[in-house]
Design a protein around this ligand. Sequence first.
Ligand code: NAD
Length: 417
Amino acid sequence: MTQHPNAWHNALSQLDAVAAKIGLESHIHARLRQPKRSLEVSIPVVMDDGSEQIFTGFRVQHSLDRGPAKGGMRYSPLVNEDEVKALAMWMTWKCAVVSIPYGGAKGGVACDPKALSQSELERLTRRFTTELLPIIGPEKDIPAPDMGTNAQVMAWIMDAYSSHAGFSVRGVVTGKPLSIGGSAGREEATGRGVAITTREMARRAGITLAGASVVIQGYGNVGRAAAQILSKEFSCRIVGVSDARGGFYNPRGLDIAQIGRDMTTHGALPAQIDAERVAGDEFLQLPCDILIPAALENQITTQNAAKICPKMLVEAANGPTTPEADLILRDNDVVVVPDILANAGGVTVSYFEWVQGRDEYFWAADEVNRRLERIMVNACNEVGTIADREKVDLRLAAYISGVGRVAEAIRVRGIYG
Ligand code: NAD
């Protein structure tokens, strides 16, 4: 039977492990175990056939200690409060690991975006935004794209928010289209950050990147950009790719440029690829040097961890490995590069977008990429140094860095009232 571990329990157990390791004060630990603010809303939507359907949406702000809350909006049938709470907590650590001045948030609507028409999606998004008006805003909480949402959804959020404000409020979302204040490089930023982290941590682990075999689960915004940059710029051999319908494997290497040209729908691989078809369950067990889960949480569990043996596993998705599976991977000498470091490129360029919007001055793509490179390399060096100094794995090292920064902000601000 498939196991569905609870992402919130996983997030808490990761926090508890680092709290014990760094001797975190119990009052700060207790504060960080709870989100600062959590809102559940019902979203009535008139469907194309004239009927009315009620959707449930969430926005959770885990921490506001280091700045406004920041995090994606997910549209998926699996969205629930615990998942959103976990994702919000991970955003707090992620922003702190790369040292950008935000707290963590996440939101989502339980819906199947593929089953909705564009106009239903637009009405859902505009009404959801209206329900969130009291808590979002450029100084408060700034949504961004995540699974099932994209630049168009961000444009609708910005437009709905701006219509209520009476003027254009660009800074209320990031991941917007370029024509309304998006940043060059944002679309591929998470994948580029994954590629940079893979390169830095492979060097540290003594893995030669040129020619290394790579398997990528999930071929949406993140997986696809990571595949393109790893193959084109870093000469990796991408041997396996998958989407929700299953995977493809070719040990000689897949033609990533051709796959990109043949894709017709977002996140869906072409029906024909010069490769063997692999069922979802077996996909993560394919032989490779580097495995990159870039789809969903809880993909690597006690059920399959022992059979997953790359040299390095780079968590492009949020929370793909359960804490129990993490121990099995560690025993098998798999270097795990944690999500809060590996996929921080997206929020970093979101931060750049917000900064550019405030300055009304926009940077060229090469400048965005240069600044992203510097932040990701610094964060990798810091996490690597902590891992060496404390003799811990990269996840615990990243948590020591991230949780340490948030705890310091809480300490120095003190308690009001
Ligand atoms: P997306 O919706 O663009 O793509 C998701 C991909 O995963 C699609 O190809 C889909 O078919 C595939 N998928 C879904 N279920 C699957 C399954 N069971 N097996 C294999 N593939 C499956 O989403 P995205 O934006 O690329 O996000 C992917 C992950 O990266 C999520 O965990 C998200 O939270 C995380 N992430 C995204 C960003 C970002 O900027 N988009 C930033 C940080 C982290």
